[in-house]
Ligand binder design. Structure first.
Ligand SMILES: CC(C)(COP(=O)(O)OP(=O)(O)OC[C@H]1O[C@@H](n2cnc3c(N)ncnc32)[C@H](O)[C@@H]1OP(=O)(O)O)[C@@H](O)C(=O)NCCC(=O)NCCS
Length: 190
């Protein structure tokens, strides 16, 4: 079983597993059309649907096998403002996929980038990953900017590669390697 030592502290944030007590905070963003707009197969959730989602995320506190997702609640004094996650994609290739969702009230301050960086520090550090990638809808500019801010390289722009809401959609893939992450972490202006 692989999991960070909880909680993870960053300059402005505390990261820890989700609990059922987080339902109100999670529902606050999961119910918003602007938050779920670019997410495949996800519409604004009812409170009941958010409860199921929170219950599922609450079980994602460790990686036991390929395919597992590690989901962390990102908290400030305002409560849970978003989540970051790592899906373990390959043991052989030591690869995982990064994901993130934040409440717009807390956007535009670099908090999502700070939280994702902490998760990548654990992924490339203790967990020993070689490569982390992330994908987004071609129209999700905020997500693409975030991946670039994390130092991820834009590796692919797949044209009309998947069906999104009944329409063909483009998908962007960004990635970063462990050695690149370490070099970035020790760079003077990082
Ligand atoms: C993707 C998402 C997390 C990005 O949120 P965000 O607020 O842009 O990201 P951050 O919290 O890292 O803030 C970065 C912004 O704050 C600005 N900023 C201010 N202070 C900053 C700081 N100290 N450090 C870094 N950035 C800072 C940056 O310039 C950037 O703004 P810009 O993108 O306009 O240039 C958010 O849009 C979201 O949750 N979207 C809905 C869910 C979603 O689409 N998830 C991805 C699915 S693939």
């Amino acid at each position: 079983m692989f999991q960070p030592t909880y909680p993870i502290h960053t300059t402005r944030l505390v990261l820890r597993p989700i609990t059922l007590d987080d339902l109100d905070d999670v529902y606050a963003w999961q119910s918003r059309p602007d938050v779920v707009r670019w997410m495949l197969g996800v519409g604004p959730r009812t409170r009941e649907q958010s409860l199921s989602s929170v219950a599922a995320m609450a079980r994602e506190d460790a990686l036991n096998a390929v395919g597992d997702c590690l989901t962390l609640a990102v908290t400030t004094d305002a409560g849970v403002i978003g989540t970051v996650e790592l899906v373990w994609r390959s043991e052989t290739d030591r690869t995982a996929e990064l994901g993130y969702v934040f409440h717009p009230d807390h956007g535009g301050r670099g908090l999502a980038t700070e939280a994702a960086s902490a998760l990548l520090d654990w992924g490339f550090g203790e967990f020993g990953l070689h490569r982390v990638y992330a994908r987004c809808h071609g129209g999700n500019e905020a997500s693409a900017r975030m991946m670039a801010r994390l130092g991820m390289r834009r590796e692919a722009h797949h044209v009309e590669s998947y069906l999104f809401g009944g329409e063909w959609a483009d998908q962007l893939t960004f990635a970063v390697l462990a050695r690149e992450w370490r070099a970035r972490a020790t760079a003077p202006d990082s």
